[in-house]
Write a protein that binds this ligand. Structure first.
Ligand code: NAP
Length: 247
């Protein structure tokens, strides 16, 4: 089964974690890849494994908050591959602390990368997809954007905003046959969650009916589905991949 055969997919934040798993899953389902992260050399592992699957893979240095760079790199990707069928806005960070201790810099850094970055890349890619009259965009949100989470005012606001951006973009772009959806992961085993204190991890796991953290590959499967024609009538939705943590 190669549901993404001959599709060209751009994945941001693809050097590790969920972004890396998404890149590999899309490649295993037939997609060629434009991999982006802050530094291109960080993408070597991701690129090597995707190439081993027989796919064309190019790596690009892209900080998603740099508007000029976003425009330039998306144009270069379109020149290199000739089209763009799938965008996965995955790049994201946390700067956790209680609201009353949160600095303006903590707030801005998270909102800039998680929300403004997705806006900038979506805007640049949507222009190309509108010309093609087809495309699929998948935004990586989070279940805490639905529930709120103490210590994550900046992060939860960014992810709630990303889900709203998903709905609006779906309404604006649907007429050009471009679908925009989100995946909201729960507690997934990556570097982002490894750094949490053990009691915090234990408390989060108690909220998961499946009783275990998710794996990046399990998020990637959902992303691949939404990116594929199998989801041809799914638009403006958020799919929670959280082991039942959020009902
Ligand atoms: P991760 O392991 O920290 O990976 C995030 C990737 O994004 C890293 O390669 C990172 O590069 C890159 N990145 C950071 N800032 C960037 C920027 N300005 N421009 C381009 N790339 C940038 O995190 P993850 O756990 O895989 O998370 C991936 C996505 O899933 C994020 O949007 C996150 O919010 C979301 N998510 C994760 C979980 C979870 O449990 N892990 C749950 C819900 C949602 P650096 O090396 O510079 O950091």
């Amino acid at each position: 089964m190669m549901p993404l055969k001959d599709k060209i997919a751009l994945v941001t934040g693809a050097a590790r974690g969920i972004g890396q798993a998404i890149a590999w899953q899309l490649a295993s389902q037939g997609a060629d890849l434009a991999l982006c992260d802050v530094q291109a050399e960080w993408l070597e592992d991701t690129a090597a494994q995707a190439k081993a699957l027989g796919r064309r893979v190019e790596s690009y240095a892209l900080d998603v908050v740099n508007a000029a760079a976003v425009t330039e790199i998306v144009a270069r990707i379109v020149a290199d591959f000739g089209r763009l069928d799938v965008l996965v806005n995955n790049a994201g960070i946390t700067r956790d602390t209680l609201l009353v201790r949160m600095t303006e810099e903590d707030w801005d850094a998270v909102l800039d990368i998680n929300l403004k970055g997705a806006f900038l890349v979506t805007k640049a890619v949507a222009k190309q997809m509108m010309k093609q009259r087809s495309g699929a965009i998948v935004n990586i949100a989070s279940v805490v954007g639905l529930t709120g989470n103490a210590g994550q005012a900046n992060y939860t606001a960014s992810k709630a905003g990303l889900m709203a951006l998903t709905k609006t973009a779906a309404k604006e772009l649907g007429g050009r046959n471009i679908r925009v959806n989100a995946v909201a992961p729960g507690f997934i085993r990556t570097a982002m969650t490894d750094k949490l204190a053990e009691p915090v991890k234990a408390a989060m796991l108690k909220l998961v009916p499946l009783g275990r953290p998710g794996e990046p590959e399990e998020v990637a499967q959902a992303v691949a589905f939404l990116a594929s024609d199998a989801a041809s009538y799914v638009n403006g939705q958020t799919l929670a991949v959280c082991g039942g943590m959020v009902g």
